[in-house]
Design a protein around this ligand. Structure first.
Ligand code: FMN
Ligand code: ATP
Ligand code: MG
Length: 511
């Protein structure tokens, strides 16, 4: 079978793996459902073109070579449905019909909308499963698995998505390796095709010739960043995935708006070794100081085990109680590196390959990371933003209000923080708040003498954080004042001193 042969003979390990997984899904579906119970949703687009050839290969392998004369598949018995619309490109219609003829597809053309078309089809035919060329990154893919029942309100059938985990690059690697025909629009700079009303060539592929003021486009397979494949599609307003939006992601406006409000953060360290006491978490105090220095309050810090559920539980709790959560440790390709999986679980999404991130890793690690599957390049689907700074070899990862730091020591954290603040100044990642001011006094008064007056002082100055601690059981007591208004701190300090005889307190000058 020519497709199977082309893949087996190529030396692209990644493509082989993607192919094997997709064919496995197809074979599973063909084992679960009879041929007349499955259908293939084909629309002449690149993804459904890939799926057509995978289905041909999968069906051939399912049937076994003996039943196909000379190893050539003569007909393709899987019912093929095409929803033809008046707003489809003529090139798409032409390609769809020609392909149906070339491969002997039994094409059912439906001219109503998807839902009512499927309702009528399922009444007339025993269809129970439909193959689709949906891929992660498509707006309709969120929440889907390789086998996903149709949504509530839709007629009941199984959606089978064999190429769900394929990237833009994988699609073109397959088409070019197998040398199969594709719709001519892709050679004219179209990278994802909708209707004639909402699709234009992708401007990222534009080559303008200044001498003749002519505009041309390079072919779709030359688009280097697959995440931009829909750049030629008219924008539909997009709601945020989880509806969670803090002022933090709003850019610099929030810096001015939020001068006087309180922003809170929590930090989560992931590491069994920290819990065992064999490794000291030096990042936490530094991170707390850094946050404090930009006027944020840290309300909670935690250390959790290298375990997906523990990470997910902690992130889930604190992401809704805080403006920002910082998580570090457990980021990488090792079995214990579960932080990203935990974050994905906390948001109820899955990990999906991220081509941009993979590109950074490839530059950093070279060919070691281009194996079958690059685990490190799997990021939480649909919620991830890469925070790139030229001083960082790989970008920081932000999933809504959770920032994942990959620093392993204080020097690395210092650098990442510096970049985060620079990014904040240019694009707004964190809101920079009015800084805290603090003052510490020390006294030899006993706890019993000072307890009551201190409690009263807290009631008189509710806008200040007034704390007390000892460095040793018998040494002096330290009273700390923290707030955003230096005058209020002075008033608080003055009010405390007045409650006792002169000289009872002296200021602790921080080193
Ligand atoms: C065979 C088939 C099955 C579909 N099943 C569902 C479904 O179960 N739930 C759903 O919300 N949309 C379903 N859709 C609609 C698609 O998710 C999506 O809206 C459609 O592909 C149009 O995409 P567009 O808006 O980018 O053109 C289905 C579409 C097709 C062709
Ligand atoms: N009009 C249609 N008729 C039949 N199937 C369709 C139609 N529109 C979408 N589909 C199904 O949904 C899948 C996803 O559509 P999508 O537009 O994302 O991919 P594509 O059209 O194959 O490629 P491209 O992203 O380049 O447009 C298709 O592969 C196909 O299985
Ligand atoms: Mg399309």
């Amino acid at each position: 079978m020519e497709i199977d042969k082309a893949i087996r003979e190529c030396d692209d390990r990644r493509l082989k793996t993607k192919y094997n997984n997709a064919v496995y899904v197809i074979q599973r579906a063909l084992a679960l459902y009879a041929t007349e119970e499955v259908a293939f949703s084909f629309n002449g687009g690149k993804d459904s073109t890939v799926l057509l050839h995978l289905l041909r290969a999968g069906y051939f392998l399912h049937k076994g070579e003996q039943s196909c004369s000379n190893g050539v598949l003569e007909d393709f018995p899987i019912r093929t449905i095409y929803f033809e619309s008046q707003s489809a490109f003529p090139e798409i219609n032409c390609f769809t019909y020609n392909t149906a003829t070339s491969y002997g597809l039994q094409l059912d053309i439906i001219r109503t909308d998807f839902k009512s078309g499927l309702e009528a089809l399922l009444k007339a035919k025993p269809i129970r499963a439909i193959f689709l060329g949906v891929r992660i990154g498509d707006p309709t893919a969120i929440g889907q698995e390789q086998f996903s029942p149709s949504s509530i309100g839709w007629p009941p059938f199984m959606r089978v998505n064999p190429i769900l985990d394929w990237s833009y690059r994988d699609v073109w690697a397959f088409i070019l390796t197998c040398k199969v025909q594709y719709c001519s629009l892709y050679d004219q700079g179209y990278t994802s095709i909708g209707s004639i009303y909402d699709t234009v060539p992708n401007s990222l592929l534009c080559i303008s010739d200044s001498s003749s003021s002519k505009e041309g486009f390079r072919p779709a397979y030359l688009l280097s960043d697959g995440r931009l494949e829909r750049a030629g599609r008219a924008k539909k307003s997009s709601a945020s995935v989880c509806g969670h939006k803090t002022a933090l992601s709003n850019g610099l406006d929030s810096v001015n708006l939020q001068k006087n409000s309180l922003l809170t953060a929590s930090t989560i360290a992931v590491g069994d070794e920290i819990l065992l006491g064999t490794v000291e978490d030096q990042l936490r105090p530094l991170l707390c100081r850094k946050l404090h220095s930009i006027g944020w309050s840290v309300t909670h810090t935690a250390i959790v085990q290298n375990d997906v559920d523990s990470v997910a539980e902690e992130v889930e709790r604190w992401k809704s109680n805080n403006d920002m959560v910082f998580i570090y440790g457990g980021v990488g390709p090792l079995h214990s590196d579960v932080t990203l999986a935990g974050v994905a679980k906390a948001f109820g999404v899955r990990l999906a390959p991220d081509e941009e991130f993979e590109e950074y890793l490839r530059h950093l690690i070279g060919d070691h990371c281009t194996g079958d599957r690059n685990e490190m390049a799997q990021l939480p689907e649909g919620i991830t933003e890469l925070l790139h700074h030229e001083k960082l070899p790989v970008p920081l990862i932000k999933c809504q209000n959770v920032i994942i730091l990959n620093a392993t020591n204080v020097t690395e954290l210092e650098k990442q923080w510096e970049c985060l603040i620079e990014l904040t100044r240019s694009t707004g990642v964190l809101a920079l708040m009015e800084q805290y001011v603090s003052k510490c006094l020390k006294t030899d008064l006993s706890d019993v003498e000072i307890a009551q007056p201190l409690m009263k002082l807290c009631l008189e100055f509710p806008d200040l954080q007034i704390g007390s601690y000892r460095e040793s059981r018998y040494g002096p007591l330290i009273i700390s004042f923290k707030g955003k208004d230096p005058a209020r701190i002075e008033s608080g300090v003055g009010a405390l001193c007045k409650k006792f005889k002169a000289g009872a307190f002296s200021e602790v000058v921080s080193s």
